[in-house]
Design a protein around this ligand. Structure first.
Ligand code: HMG
Ligand code: MG
Length: 308
């Protein structure tokens, strides 16, 4: 399969990234982060989550973020929503696109959202109806596609069943999440081949965490399988509080560098993302996990151009 000419990147750092950081981040900093990422050309920036503050305290303040954000025309700012309570709060805050989430595994579903897979789909029916009636776009996540921290190996049919249920509910795109970053390229290829017998590739996005350092390789494998939408996180921020040991998403800087090298359009200003990654890492007092971002900034500082 030939590679796509253009790729859309969904930046999830302000949500998937910050939800797992221990430092407290004010709404003003979150807003600055989202605005810088949007200004760098990212077509979608997931800007917050309307979930239980007891379970994910880092996402408190999402209302202030959405209300304070200066939106760029043409940029999408989805918010993560688990139920009607979250949906209503999101709409009140001015959200126009939501992301709903379910798990391919039973164990992660229970730990993440305190219900079974079947119950999670049932819970989302009202959300889907309410979103459709208000013309709110809905994206869907399926977690633990390549393995679960509680249940171990996951059958591709379980991933397909949850993804199909989300499509039937009205999700315009399904993001397949390797929540704990265990998948390898061959496994991901087979999984995409399997899922695409149920759902067209144009409706699929891939969401890799980089726990085992496989993120960039898995993006390349997915590109070769005809996928053209990827989620990533500036500076490789984050992880999931309910997936012990999982590290951040594959870094936006690293995949933009890969895509540029392949001659694939992203519309993203790599240096602007690299500077944003450096800024937010410094603010959080953590190492910048974006290899390409760190290398580009070091090359710039040394006054040289990089060889590649
Ligand atoms: P529950 O305990 O079953 O819900 O939680 P409940 O209805 O019994 O409510 C319990 C309390 O939460 C109540 O408050 C509710 O009002 C409140 P109390 O009366 O005890 O004071 N509550 C809420 N508060 C704010 N916003 C809401 C909301 N709903 C209930 N929307 C629930 C169910 C789903 C709410 C909870 O388990 C939860 O919020 N979990 C957090 C899930 C989460 O954010 N996980 C991380 C994101 S998923 C992820 O990272 C994976 C992804 O990146 C893809 C991948 O990598 O695979 C997307
Ligand atoms: Mg994630």
């Amino acid at each position: 399969m030939s590679l796509p000419q253009a790729v859309k990147i969904v930046e999830v750092g302000p949500r998937d990234g910050l939800q797992n950081e221990s430092a407290e981040v004010s709404a003003a900093i979150k807003i600055a982060l989202v605005e810088r990422l949007a200004a760098a050309g990212l077509a979608a920036v997931e800007a917050g989550a309307f979930v239980s503050v007891n379970k994910v305290p880092q996402m408190a303040g999402s209302r202030e973020v959405f209300q304070g954000l200066k939106r760029r025309p043409g940029t999408a700012y989805p918010a993560l929503v688990p139920n009607m309570k979250g949906f209503e709060a999101a709409v009140e805050a001015g959200v126009t696109e939501i992301a709903v989430f379910v798990s391919a595994s039973e164990g992660f579903s229970q730990h993440n959202i305190a219900c079974s897979r079947a119950e999670s789909l049932e819970r989302l029916r009202d959300v889907a109806e309410a979103a459709a009636s208000r013309n709110i776009l809905m994206r869907g996540y399926v977690s633990c596609i390549a393995g679960c921290p509680y249940d171990g190996a996951i059958a591709p049919d379980d991933v397909a069943a949850m993804a199909e249920a989300l499509v039937a509910m009205g999700c315009y795109e399904i993001s397949l999440g390797d929540t704990i970053g265990v998948g390898t390229a061959g496994q991901i290829r087979k999984l995409i081949e399997h899922i695409s017998t149920h759902i067209p590739r144009e409706k699929l996005a891939m969401h890799f965490h980089d726990t085992y350092g496989q993120g960039v390789a898995n993006v390349l494998a997915s590109l070769e399988e005809g996928i053209s939408v990827f989620d990533s996180s500036v500076a490789g921020l984050g992880g999931c509080p309910f997936a012990p040991g999982a590290s951040g998403n594959v870094a936006t800087e690293d995949i933009v560098y890969l895509l540029q090298g392949l001659g694939i359009k992203t519309g993203v200003d790599l240096m602007a993302v690299a500077k944003t990654g450096d800024w937010i890492s410094g603010y959080l007092g953590r190492a910048n996990a974006a290899r390409a971002g760190t290398a580009l900034l070091a090359a710039k500082k040394n006054g040289g151009t990089h060889g590649g």
